[in-house]
Ligand binder design. Structure first.
Ligand code: ZN
Ligand code: ZN
Length: 490
């Protein structure tokens, strides 16, 4: 029975004879995370993890729900004193002696979205991964420390993909860690209460299992061997993962990406429907992609760069967040064989690169510009020319990524000035201009397309090429409507 008043008066005494200081006791299990053990103790007292940590140890987890990963010196000594655990056993339940680099323990850190926004603050709840078969074998189900790192994807024991959804209600498993205000059963679904223990998950490929094991070793010690890459620092490896994910998921065309994934599925002898059964943007997908990449490094990196018509490796590195100069140099060394890669297709990066080489200073022009739509466009072009991704430029000037792509298309076709000018609406055109366009449209044989025979986009570009006027798509539509093509023979 828990009696906090009684307990409070006893704390001092208990610090001397610590084993009795906890109101309830159950031994931690080998490999168990401190979080899991605290949740089990809390549940035994009928308390929430939040209340239990407050009352038993005087630790407030509201602001720091993940303090269990690396407890401060004070937190550690309080826990050691009150729990009576040997320091060695206690430290083993945390990630205290594990290295960490570039927020690698953030929620699903190696998923494409996390790779773009690694610093985004954690949501109230974090994704939880677990192995149903491991839980089923447990006498007392508990969460393994490794599952909680954040980028884990497979169970090496059962050689399966870790579960992310409740097997009963398909709800995504999540945890508020020590902030939870209700008692928690970490082996039950929070939503439907169903037991998470169960049958094996889908089988994981050997390459992914081996890579995850190697990654754990490297993370733990700060450096070590990743097959295909050799001895590498954990931080450098996180840079390479970020670069590969950025290469594949950001800015790459859908068709090119699908071609790459089809090659990967074939190279790894995966089932033909793997494109649909694997969550490629999730932890396991990222692991499979990396396993494929390092199995023939750097040949497959070059293949991916070429297939995806990617920017140069140095440009990609320029887009990776939190990159120290030392990390950049180390990552470059790992990719020295592909540094000379250059996209063969004329893409917008080359266009911007050429302009900058030719003396265009987008930053300076943006600063000098007073008209806000022009200023925004110059800022976007400046960011893009400095190596940022389309998504980032769109975010910075608060427009859609499609709008940025449109600007780039217009710019490559008609030059920078065309990007800065607002397209003309129908009412901006002079009567003479409208008459000229009308005469030309009526006289022009327009094949293909619908009743108006040309798309608005095509009409816009024809008018731009012929009359030097950049008009809105709506203006193009108005002109098409008013000047239907002449039927042959009429
Ligand atoms: Zn397992
Ligand atoms: Zn459920």
């Amino acid at each position: 029975m828990w009696r906090s008043e009684l307990y409070a008066t006893e704390v001092h005494e208990k610090l001397v004879t610590p084993n009795y200081a906890l109101p309830v006791y159950t031994a931690p299990i080998a490999g168990e995370a401190l979080l899991s053990w605290l949740c089990r103790l809390a549940a035994m007292t009928g308390q929430s993890p939040l209340a239990f940590a407050r009352q038993a140890f005087g630790i407030d987890s509201v602001r720091q729900p993940e303090w269990w990963r690396r407890p401060s010196a004070d937190q550690r000594s309080v826990l050691l004193a009150i729990s009576g655990l040997p320091p060695e056993q206690f430290d083993d339940m945390t990630l205290e002696r594990w290295s960490t680099a570039r927020n690698d323990e953030n929620d699903r850190r190696f998923s494409p979205i996390r790779m773009i926004y690694p610093k985004q603050r954690e949501r109230a709840a974090r994704t939880l991964f677990a192995c149903a078969a491991c839980l089923a074998e447990d006498e007392t189900p508990y969460l393994r420390r490794e599952w909680l790192i954040g980028w884990q994807a497979v169970c090496a024991r059962h050689r399966t993909v870790l579960m992310r959804r409740c097997p009963h209600c398909r709800w995504k498993l999540s945890s508020q860690w020590l902030r939870d205000k209700e008692p928690v059963d970490l082996h039950r679904c929070k939503r439907c209460g169903g037991l998470l223990a169960g049958a094996n998950g889908p089988p994981a490929i050997d390459g992914a299992i081996d890579l995850q094991a190697a990654m754990l070793g490297v993370k733990r010690r700060g450096s070590g061997e990743i097959p295909g890459l050799g001895i590498i620092q954990w931080e450098t490896f996180t840079v390479i993962v970020d670069l590969v994910l950025r290469l594949v998921w950001i800015d790459a065309g859908d068709h090119a990406r699908e071609t790459l994934l089809a090659e990967l599925v074939r190279d790894l002898s995966l089932a033909p429907d793997a494109r649909f059964t694997i969550d490629w943007k999730g932890n396991y997908g990222a692991l499979v992609l990396m396993a494929w990449m390092i199995a023939d490094w750097p040949v497959r990196l070059r293949r991916a760069l070429e297939l995806l018509a990617a920017p140069r490796v140095d440009d990609l590195l320029g887009q990776v967040h939190d990159l120290s100069e030392a990390s950049r140099m180390r990552a470059r060394t790992r990719m020295r064989d592909v540094l000379n890669y250059q996209s063969r297709t004329m893409d917008w990066r080359l266009w911007l690169h050429g302009l900058v080489e030719g003396g265009t200073d987008f930053r300076r022009r943006a600063r000098a510009e007073n008209v806000w739509p022009r200023k925004d466009r110059l800022i976007a072009l400046a960011l893009l020319s400095e190596g940022r991704a389309i998504e980032e430029a769109a975010f910075a000037v608060r427009v859609s990524t499609n709008m940025i792509k449109r600007w780039l298309e217009v710019g490559m076709a008609y030059g920078v000035e065309a990007v800065l000018e607002k397209p003309l609406r129908i009412c901006d055109l002079t009567p003479v201009q409208i008459d000229e366009i009308a005469a030309w449209l009526t006289a022009t044989e327009r094949t293909s397309g619908g009743p108006l025979k040309w798309s608005r986009e095509h009409t816009r570009s024809e008018i731009m090429a012929r009359f030097g006027l950049r008009i809105t798509t709506n203006a193009a539509y108005q002109l098409l409507l008013n000047n239907k093509p002449r039927h042959k023979g009429s």
